[in-house]
Every structure is written in structure tokens, then in C-alpha cells.
Design a protein around this ligand. Structure first.
Ligand SMILES: [Zn+2]
Length: 134
């Protein structure tokens, strides 16, 4: 992934402020995704491809890079932005590995509550100072 400067983005879905993030190449210039649309698409899209972590990120990029993270995983007292999660087991491991092959700057954070959680390899975690979305 090429490193770019963060810029102000407008949500491609609802037109609201999507915050300052790096432009994802698969979106029109100046457009990104807001957090609430990210949640809605991941959970409710009628498109199977967009509900899959890989299909979603190939279309919209990565949380914490291209749009606001919407989910955090607590680990060793720190909060890591969840990039993708997969059910534990053979199929989930296969999909997690495929995701990491596409997005080489992601890594396994661990297994939590039956899910394989991927985070950015560069994410050192944040210490929560206020209410976080966990
Ligand atoms: Zn939106």
C-alpha cells in the first residue's frame, strides 16, 4: 500500500463528513466512508461480497487508514482497531490468511471470543481515555 497524506473525505454513501483519512484508490477522489455507513454496509449489505471482510476492504480500504475504525479489541490493556474478523476454524483461518495476503500491512492480533482478529501491523494500541466502542 502506498503511503499518502490524509485528506478530508466525504462519505461516498450518505454524503456526510467522513473525516481525515488517506484516499482509497477504489473510491472517487475526495470520497471515503463514514463510520456509520461502514457498520451498515458490513452488517446489512445485500451484496455478499461487501459483507465479507476482504470484499469490503477491497472496496473501501482499511479502518484506521482509509476510514474511521468502528470496532476495537482490548488486548493487554490497550485498544486495537479491528481491521477484520473471522470465525475461528479452518475456513476462518483460510479467509484471514487470504486477507493478509491482500493487505500485507495487517497481522493477527489474536483469537478472542471465537473470532480471529486482524489489526494493522503498525497499530501499537491505544490506552482508552474515554468511552470507546468496544
Ligand atoms: Zn456515510
Amino acid at each position: 500500500m502506498t503511503q499518502q497524506k490524509a485528506r478530508h473525505l466525504v462519505c461516498c454513501c450518505c454524503g456526510s463528513d467522513a473525516g481525515r483519512w488517506e484516499q482509497w484508490h477504489n473510491q472517487d477522489k475526495g470520497f471515503g466512508l463514514c463510520g456509520s455507513c461502514a457498520i451498515r454496509i458490513k452488517t446489512k449489505s445485500i451484496d455478499d461480497e461487501l459483507r465479507s471482510p476482504l470484499g469490503f476492504s477491497r472496496t473501501y480500504g482499511l479502518p484506521g487508514v482509509n476510514f474511521e475504525p468502528t470496532e476495537y479489541q482490548q488486548h493487554y490493556g490497550r485498544h486495537f482497531a479491528v481491521v477484520a474478523s473471522f470465525p475461528c476454524g479452518e475456513q476462518g483461518e483460510k479467509e484471514a490468511n487470504e486477507f493478509m495476503e491482500w493487505f500485507t500491512d495487517t497481522a493477527v492480533l489474536g483469537e478472542f471470543d471465537g473470532r480471529i482478529i486482524l489489526a494493522l501491523a503498525s497499530d501499537e494500541g491505544k490506552i482508552a481515555v474515554g468511552p470507546m466502542n468496544v
